[in-house]
Design a protein around this ligand. Sequence first.
Ligand code: SAM
Length: 345
Amino acid sequence: MELLCIQSQEHPELPLAELKAVMECEDIDAAIDDVAEGLVVLKDISDDKIEGYYKILTRRLGYTHEVHEMIIKSNTEKLDEDIKSVDWSEYIDENFAVRVKRLHSQIDTVATERRIGTLILENSENIKVNLSKPKTLIRVAAFENDLYIAIERFKLNKKHFEKSKPHKRPFFYPGSMNPKLARCMVNLSRIKEGELLLDPFCGTGGILIEAGLIGCKVVGSDIYWKMQNGTAINLDYYGITDYRTFHLDVRELKMYEKVASVVTDPPYGISTSTGDVDGEEIFKEFFYSIYDNMRDDAYLCMASPHYVDLNPMVDEVGFEIVEQYGIKMHRSLTRIISVIRKKLD
Ligand SMILES: C[S@@+](CC[C@H](N)C(=O)[O-])C[C@H]1O[C@@H](n2cnc3c(N)ncnc32)[C@H](O)[C@@H]1O
C-alpha cells in the first residue's frame, strides 16, 4: 500500500528531511519516491502497518500539509479506464467530493475534478456528490500529466501552526521561531513520544510547545527567570503538563537524567542577550556544557547564523554534524539548521 504526502514548498530540502527523520525514528518501513518538490509517495507499506504509519505522520509532521492513502496512480490519457478499474464502494461512504491540487502541472483543476467525479458516479451505485460536507474526500495530486488519486482517512491539524504563532501565545517576547520550523527541528532530532527533550535557551518555549504536543517530556531552561516563567505559562496554555523549567546559565547545566534530544535556538546578533558571554563564544561553551547531559545516541538540532562556523567547535568537543540546511532570512543573514550527534568511536 502507499501513502501520498503533499508537502510545503517553502524550503527545497527541509520537508523531505523532516519526513525521513520521522520515518527513521518511528521505524516506518517504506520506500520513498520523491516525485517532485512538494510531492512524495511512500511505497511498499504492508497492509497491517499502514494505519499506524498514517497516524504517526499526521500527528508529527510540520512541513507536510496532507497525508492520504493512495488508491491509484493514473494520468490524463488513461483516466477513464483507471477509474473503472477501482471498486469505489470500498472507499466511498454515501457521498464524496474530489479535490485536485496541482504541483508543477498545467491541468485544469475544476474540469479534472468534474471529470473524475462523473467517472466515479458512472462506475458506482448509491453514492452522491457532496461538495460542501463530503463524508469521503478523494484527493488528487496532479504532477505534469500524472494524477495521484488518494483518499483522506486522517486529517492533519493544519490550524495548529496558525494558532501557535508566537504573538498568539499568552507570553510573547521577540525572537521566537516559526512553529513549523520548531516542529521540524524537533522531528530532525529523532525524538520519540515519551522521551526527554531539552531546550537550554528556551526563551518563550516555542520549541518545547511543539515537542510537548507530539508527546515528549520537555525540559526548558533560560538564563532569565522571566523567560522560564513565560515558558511555563505558554506550555500550560497549550495543555502540556509533562514539563520542567529552570532559570540558569547554559554553562551551569547539569541534568539528573541524560536527555534523548536537544533542540535549541541559541542567542546571536544584537537583538538577543547572551548573558555576559561574547558572540561566538556562547556556541562553544554551549557544546561543552551540553555534551555530558546527552545520551550517547542523542541528537542535537540547533539553529545558528551562517557566519558562525560550527565545524571546528563541534569537532573539538567530540560531536559531528550529520545534516545541515540553510534558510535565507534576508540578504545578509542565512540561518543554518544543523543536526549533530556524538562522534562514534
Ligand atoms: C533566540 S532566544 C530563544 C527563543 C526561543 N526558541 C523561543 O521560542 O522563544 C535565545 C534565548 O537564550 C537565552 N540566553 C542567553 N544567554 C544565555 C545563557 N548564557 N544561558 C542560558 N540562556 C541564555 C535568552 O534569554 C533567550 O531567551
